[in-house]
Design a protein around this ligand. Structure first.
Ligand SMILES: NC(=O)c1ccc[n+]([C@@H]2O[C@H](COP(=O)([O-])OP(=O)(O)OC[C@H]3O[C@@H](n4cnc5c(N)ncnc54)[C@H](OP(=O)(O)O)[C@@H]3O)[C@@H](O)[C@H]2O)c1
Length: 233
């Protein structure tokens, strides 16, 4: 079994839902975790659950809703444990359901800021140092959402995440900084809702696959967490 000892993972939106599961899964592989929520108190449950693992943890808090807030968050991470070896860009929002014609530019901008522009800023902040160290794993959360026009800001921002991930992978080709994007499946979380097909726990072990890739492994690829449900964990 492969372990991630002495590595640090920054999992955005790890205060609950899928991000919390990813943090727990990585911790099980001995990875140290930087836990993130919008405010510090939101991270308390994840920190408590991580106590069963023999790892280090660090909490950062902050909104991703503006370039200034993202910069402040980046500063907080850099002032913390230092290096980020695994950047798991998980935090995102889904816009309020409404007819596509009624979705205002502010709502489009908010979805793109939190779901895409913040991700880009975080990659810009941490990928160069990964490249210098010759190791990095970046995983960006995407979605398999089908044609639901009422949620277009959400799904269009996720489509952009896919293309951005492939472009960044091309930029980092040959550096051992691997960039991939993951669809967790439709899961019962605050975002996924109570009608979702799967329990949130089913994101594991699939979500670990792109984090555990061998050196110079696949990059710019799409992973579906539900494809790995049968894997031993
Ligand atoms: N659930 C699904 O069915 C599904 C399907 C496909 C893709 N995904 C993707 O999986 C990822 C996680 O989804 P989820 O279902 O776990 O969502 P969730 O339960 O709503 O959790 C969202 C997480 O993101 C953080 N967050 C929300 N708004 C933020 C903001 N403005 N600034 C900073 N952090 C913010 C939250 O922090 P706080 O706790 O502090 O609010 C929380 O940790 C997302 O990228 C989502 O698009 C989910």
């Amino acid at each position: 079994m492969k372990f991630l000892e002495n590595k640090w993972a920054f999992v955005t939106g790890s205060s609950r839902g899928i991000g919390q599961q990813i943090a727990l899964g990585l911790a099980r592989r001995k990875c140290n975790i930087i836990v993130h929520g919008r405010v510090e108190s939101n991270a308390a449950e994840t920190i408590q659950r991580l106590k069963e693992f023999d790892i280090q943890t660090h909490v950062v808090a902050g909104e991703l809703d503006s370039p200034q807030n993202v910069e402040a968050l980046i500063r907080a991470v850099k002032a913390g444990p230092g290096s980020v070896d695994i950047l798991y860009n998980n935090a995102a929002i889904q816009n309020t359901w409404k007819p596509i014609w009624e979705i205002g530019q502010d709502e489009w901008l908010q979805s793109f800021q939190i779901n895409l522009f913040a991700m880009i800023a975080l990659c810009n902040a941490f990928a160069p140092a990964m490249k210098q160290r010759g190791y990095g794993r970046i995983i960006n959360l995407t979605s398999g959402i089908k044609d639901i026009p009422q949620l277009a800001p959400y799904s269009v921002s996720k489509a952009a995440v896919d293309k951005y991930s492939r472009d960044l992978a091309a930029e980092l080709h040959g550096t051992n900084v691997l960039v991939n994007y993951l669809d967790p499946g439709w899961l019962r979380t605050d975002l996924g809702g109570s009608n979702a097909e799967n329990e949130v726990e089913t994101v594991l072990p699939g979500a670990l696959v792109p984090a555990l890739l061998e050196d110079f492994g696949p990059s710019g690829r799409f992973y579906a967490a539900q494809d790995y449900k049968m894997l031993e964990f």
